[in-house]
Write a protein that binds this ligand. Structure first.
Ligand SMILES: Nc1ncnc2c1ncn2[C@@H]1O[C@H](COP(=O)(O)OP(=O)(O)O)[C@@H](O)[C@H]1O
Ligand SMILES: [Mg+2]
Length: 347
C-alpha cells in the first residue's frame, strides 16, 4: 500500500482525568524516519499505540492521505510493530515467527518462503532460521522482531524503545541496522525513545514531548542547535542551566547576570528572570575567549580524546565543560563560550 502522508490531527488520549497525550499535530511523509523523544511517562507509547490502533483516541483524528483511519482496528491499518520486549512466540522457530503474519494473511507457501528468506537475509539470521527464541541472544531476538514486522511490507513501522533491553555495544550495532533497513526497504518509521543520542542519530525529524504535549518538532540539527526552551535544551545535553537575570539587550544580543557571572548570549530579550543554557562542549579553556569565567576544577573524567570536567564558579555554582587540556582537581582555570552558544530562555 502506498501513501504520501500519515497525519495526526490534534490526537489526544486521556486515562480518566489525566491527559497522557494532548493535541498532537504531526504530518509524517512517506519514507520519513520520525522519532518521538522524551522522558518516561511523557506519552510516547500512548502516541504509538494510538497510531497502531491498540488504543482508541479520546480526541482528534488520524489520516493516511484522505482516509481517516483512527476508527480502524490494528489489523486493518496493517502497521508493523516492534516492541521493547520483542514479543516473539517462544514455541515457534525463527522462521515460523517471521512467517506468522504471512500465514495469517494466507500468502501462498512459495511466496511466503521467498519473503521470509529475504527477511532472514536482511537481518543476517539465515543461519539461525531453525532455532527458537530462547536459543538466541537479545540482539538476535530483536532482529527477529524487526524481520517479523518488515516482512509484511507494512506502510508504516512503529518501534517502541526497541533497543532499550540491549547492552551498549549491541545497541549501537542495532541502531545502524535499523537505519539501514529503513533506507534499503524505503520504510516509513515512527520510533519511540527516551535516548536523545539514539533519536538524533536515527531520525530525519524529532518530536520532543513533555507531559503529553509537543515541545518542539524539527530536524536533529535544529533541535540540537536551537532548542526552543530550557526543557528541550536540557534534554539535548545543555547540561549547564543557570538561573540569571536579563539586564539589557541590544539587537539580538542579551546581557544576563547571575551566579556571580555576567554573560552575553541570545534569545529572550525582556528584562527579568531567565535561564541560560550552555553545552559542556561549547566551552573553550584559555584566555581571550568571549564570556570568560574563572572556575576551580573539582572532578575530571577521562573520555578518550577529551576530559569531562566538573568545576565551580567563585559563587559556588557548578559548571560543566569538556576539554582536551590536561586539567586536574584543584586547578583554577579560565573558560569562555561564544555568545552565539549561550541560549537565554524564559525561566
Ligand atoms: N493504561 C493506562 N492507564 C492509566 N494511565 C496510563 C495508561 N497507560 C499510560 N498511562 C499514563 O499515561 C502517561 C503516558 O504514558 P506512556 O505513553 O506510557 O509514556 P512513555 O511511553 O513516554 O513512558 C503516563 O502518565 C502513564 O502513567
Ligand atoms: Mg513507553
Amino acid at each position: 500500500m502506498t501513501f504520501e502522508q500519515l497525519r495526526l490531527d490534534g490526537v489526544a488520549r486521556s486515562f480518566g482525568t489525566a491527559n497522557a497525550l494532548s493535541g498532537l499535530d504531526l504530518a509524517i511523509a512517506r519514507g520519513e524516519f520520525v522519532a518521538l523523544l522524551g522522558p518516561s511517562g511523557c506519552g510516547k507509547s500512548t502516541a504509538l499505540n494510538c497510531l497502531a490502533g491498540l488504543l482508541p483516541l479520546t480526541g482528534g483524528s488520524i489520516w493516511l492521505d484522505d482516509v481517516r483511519i483512527d476508527g480502524q482496528p490494528p489489523e486493518q491499518r496493517g502497521f508493523g510493530m516492534v516492541f521493547q520486549n520483542y514479543a516473539l512466540f517462544p514455541h515457534m522457530s525463527v522462521r515460523a515467527n517471521i512467517g506468522f503474519g504471512l500465514k495469517m494473511r494466507k500468502v501462498a507457501r512459495a511466496d511466503a518462503r521467498r519473503r521470509v528468506d529475504e527477511a532472514l537475509r536482511l537481518v543476517q539470521l539465515t543461519d539461525h532460521a531453525a532455532k527458537f527464541p530462547a536459543q538466541l541472544s537479545g540482539g538476535q531476538q530483536q532482529r527477529v522482531a524487526i524481520a517479523r514486522a518488515v516482512v509484511l511490507e507494512p506502510p508504516v513501522v512503529l518501534m517502541d524503545e526497541p533497543l532499550s533491553n540491549l547492552d551498549a555495544k549491541l545497541r549501537l550495532e542495532m541502531r545502524m541496522e535499523i537505519r539501514r533497513l529503513h533506507q534499503t526497504l524505503g520504510l516509513t518509521t515512527v520510533y519511540v525513545t527516551h535516548d536523545q543520542e539514539e533519536a538524533l542519530s536515527l531520525a530525519d525529524r524529532l518530536v520532543v514531548l513533555r507531559d503529553g504535549t509537543v515541545q518542539q518538532i524539527g530536524t536533529p540539527e535544529e533541535v540540537y542547535a536551537q532548542p526552543v526552551n530550557s526543557y528541550v535544551a536540557s534534554f539535548m545535553g545543555y547540561r549547564n542551566l543557570l538561573d540569571v537575570t536579563v539586564t539589557g539587550a541590544t539587537g539580538s544580543s542579551v546581557t544576563v547576570e547571575g551566579a556571580g557571572a555576567r554573560l552575553t548570549g541570545h534569545g529572550l530579550l525582556t528584562e527579568g528572570p531567565a535561564q541560560v543554557a550552555i553545552r559542556p562542549e561549547d566551552f573553550v579553556v584559555g584566555d581571550g575567549t568571549e564570556n570568560a569565567l574563572d572556575v576551580t576544577v573539582e572532578i575530571v573524567e577521562y573520555h578518550g580524546r577529551e576530559l569531562s570536567v566538573s568545576a565551580r564558579l567563585a559563587s559556588g555554582v557548578p559548571v560543566y565543560f569538556r576539554t582536551d587540556k590536561r586539567l586536574a582537581p584543584g586547578d583554577i582555570t579560565r573558560i569562555g563560550v561564544p555568545a552565539e552558544r549561550v541560549l537565554v530562555f524564559e525561566p
